[in-house]
Design a binder for this molecule. Structure first.
Ligand code: NAD
Length: 498
């Protein structure tokens, strides 16, 4: 529980300063081209910083620095226990700079500063700590060979890992990739989203302060079509960990085929179904979490529960409860702890959401919201919006809107609910609400999703893998499984006289 006031956050915002250059080989540097781009606060339209716009030349420098560091072993060959000590210090530094980092993400992409301070930043520190603590507890294998043969099977770091991440959880997405990749001994070149580059730059600086050697953790801010593409096509990047849209995830698979066959791990879009059965034990809890599942972070969550399938007998009662929750979740200044929803990331995303809403008004029943909102006459805000009686084939029920827009569809049978839930190109997450254990297990088994939450939404932890099926991609972040992405299995076979 934090007790910061609106005045506290405004005072901190007035004092904050940002890193605006790329971080390459342990130093902040301008882009080779000298170009910059504006990082804009979507709640006010104010330019926060002019940030180095990296392109292929900067990516080359960062990859070369990462490769040099990897080959001379300054990090890759350090004992796991030593890497652990450094990453634990980084976790502590993140905690020590919690207010600054929370404010940075909030100002940069519009999320509630209270959420950033209680969820995102503590999460980032926790994930660095988790991988730090794990890395000196992993053992290799000795294969069952005949006498005279000894075959050792170890997991070794890959080399240079490229990470390209989105803007919805800037610090956490940067952390999910880099904590595991660094713990495993790789060098990292991270490209944050152009909408939210600032916290990643500060993270790199804190990593250096914690003792991550020069060249091991590099950050190249810039656009997707320049910096992102250059990383995807680079001949000396061994692995590309991507989180973002399905469309761009597919591009990275192509970049790999066109270049050096680097491993690509896409974690992409979603349109997660939430199934509420009439035998659900607590309809108020289901309504609370259904609302949270779509309105948290302005609905800009890859696993947002954007499709709600409700058993017909309880549908009207549930929609009433959801309308009440939506009314209580109106957007406001992201720095005000009393605000319940923040700003949409930018003008383009806001207009995209409003186009879905405008089309939906003709095809479905708008029961609440549906309007763009201005706070103090400014900014990119959208009211929490619910459509009822959405046809299963309506774009509202099929496309990833990535905003606070919920589509409600009634069902009559379990079979119908499962069929509609699975009728999607995505398969990231799903939720099921029922008090019947057999139904919970039966439905969970049949839903095509990387994570199924029962009687909650969006269950997630450092201990469990996070990722999707189908066109939600096949990379997995979090848990020990994420280390598989950043390591290769290596066999050393030794002959001896037995
Ligand atoms: P995006 O795909 O537009 O951008 C993601 C990253 O890719 C950014 O850094 C961007 O600069 C880069 N990029 C864009 N075009 C590129 C190109 N042509 N070549 C190389 N790089 C390019 O996605 P976004 O709008 O930033 O984020 C929203 C998307 O992220 C949603 O689809 C959401 O579902 C997804 N997401 C997925 C997860 C997950 O774990 N599955 C988590 C969070 C967000």
């Amino acid at each position: 529980m934090r007790n910061d006031t609106y005045e506290d956050w405004k005072a901190r915002a007035a004092r904050i300063s940002f890193r605006r250059q790329a971080f390459i080989d342990g130093r902040f540097v301008d882009a080779v081209s000298g170009e910059t781009f504006d990082s804009i606060n979507p709640a006010t339209g104010q330019v926060l910083a002019q940030v180095a716009a990296c392109d292929a030349a900067d990516v080359d420098r960062a990859v070369a620095a990462g490769r040099r560091a990897f080959e001379d072993g300054r990090w890759s060959r350090r004992a796991p226990g030593e890497r652990k000590a450094v990453l634990l210090r980084l976790a502590e530094l993140i905690r020590a700079h919690l207010e600054e980092l929370a404010l940075t993400d909030s100002l940069d992409m519009g999320k509630l500063v209270h959420d950033a301070a209680t969820i995102d930043v503590p999460g980032s520190a926790h994930f660095f700590q988790w991988y730090a603590e794990a890395i000196d507890k992993l053992y290799g294998e000795v294969a069952p060979t005949a006498a005279g043969d000894l075959a050792l099977v170890r997991r070794v770091p890959l080399g240079v890992v490229g990470a390209v991440v989105p803007w919805n959880f800037p610090l956490d997405m940067a952390t999910w990739k880099s904590a595991a990749a660094l713990a495993a001994g790789n060098s990292v070149v991270l490209k944050p989203a152009e909408q939210s580059p600032l916290s990643a730059l500060r993270l790199a600086e804190l990593a250096a302060e914690a003792g991550v050697p020069d060249g091991v953790f590099n950050v190249v801010p810039g656009f997707g079509a320049t910096a992102g593409k250059a990383l995807g096509l680079h001949m000396d990047v061994d692995c590309l960990a991507f989180t973002g849209s399905t469309q761009v995830g597919k591009l990275f698979m192509q970049y790999s085929g066109q270049s050096n066959l680097k491993q690509v791990w896409p974690e992409t879009g979603g349109k997660s179904p939430n199934l509420i059965f009439a035998d659900c034990a607590d309809l108020d809890a289901a309504a609370d979490m259904a609302a949270f599942g779509i309105f948290f972070n302005q609905g800009e969550v890859c696993s947002a529960n954007s499709r709600l399938y409700v058993e017909r007998s309880i549908k009207d009662a549930l929609v009433e409860k959801l309308i009440a929750r939506a009314n209580a979740t109106q957007p406001g200044d992201p720095l005000d702890p009393a605000s319940k929803m923040g700003a949409i990331v930018d003008e383009k995303q806001t207009q995209g959401i409003m186009r879905f809403i405008a089309a939906g008004k003709a095809s479905a029943n708008l029961v609440t919201g549906g309007a763009r909102v201005h706070i103090d006459g400014k900014g990119c805000f959208v009211a929490p919006t619910i459509f009822d009686e959405v046809r299963p084939d309506d774009p509202l029920a099929r496309d990833e809107i990535f905003g606070p827009v919920l589509s409600v569809v009634a069902f009559d049978t379990e079979e119908e609910a499962i069929r509609m839930a699975n009728d999607s190109i995505y398969g990231l997450a799903a939720s099921v609400w029922t008090d019947n254990l057999s139904r919970a297990l039966r439905v969970s088994e049949r839903l095509h999703a990387g994570t199924v939450s029962v009687n909650t939404v969006d269950a997630l932890s450092a201990q469990t893998p996070f990722g999707g099926m189908k066109q939600s991609g096949f990379g997995r972040d979090l848990s020990l499984h994420a280390l598989d992405k950043y390591t290769a299995l290596k066999t050393t076979w030794i002959k001896y006289k037995s």
